[in-house]
Design a protein around this ligand. Sequence first.
Ligand code: PAF
Length: 286
Amino acid sequence: MIVARTRTGLCEARATLPGPVGVVPTMGALHDGHFALLRAARRRDRSLVATLFVNRTQFNDPSDYAAYPRDEAADLAAFETAGVDLVFAPSVEEMYPEGFGTRIDPGPIGADLEGARRPGHFAGVATVVAKLFNLTRPSRAYLGQKDWQQTRVIDRMVRDLNLPVDLVIVPTVRDPDGLALSSRNVRLSPEQRQSATALWRGLELAVSAWDDDERSPEALADLVRITVKAEPLASIGYAEVRHALTLEHVAVADPPLVIAVAAEIGGVGLIDNVVLGEGLVVDESP
Ligand code: PAF
């Protein structure tokens, strides 16, 4: 496995890789959710590139950036075990040299939900992901379902800017009690972690109501809200039922649909979602 720290080093190493090339962009602190992305890429692509960069510009809260878990040695070892061919692990100066000034505004699709909770977040994501795609030149990029709005922002950007990459959205990986894996989970105390399962419990209630033919977006969202609000340690950010692709409000809860929830527990921001509809995420079952 080659580890490139500079754009020049990356470019040289990338030129040696046989295609098709898949890229898995990460901010490190790897967990099984990332390994699912790497496995999905290994199945489809001949060469596998991973990026490892904690992108300051997508953190609207400096304390969240400072607290973001970092363990580069463990991450590099995990990439090697997962069969990654090339890791791009640049410094902040390498990604944002003196004079850097361009920002990609993702428009309405990044404006509310996480965009409202974290102003500037999706401009930071879109800008760094465009740079990472340009530098790594992948055929396919692998993104996790848990950050559903992020997948929609990147999809919009790829179409709008005609970037030659196909996106593969891989299902959320969960702990046995349903908690969606996230690099931020390590910051939860055992009690907070227990409260955090409310996000999934609420989503499960909404899906089971939908299975019983409930088609009111507000009634479905209320089931999620009530479940999260019942947790004294949790403060609800939003629970929303939206069109899965455009993220617009819907009058009737018909697929393609996303039920998205955000909450803060002990100062840690958590998100989760379910998507209803065919072909929105890949089927990775054996
Ligand atoms: O999902 C993430 O880890 C980040 O937002 C990404 C896509 C690597 C961009 O920094």
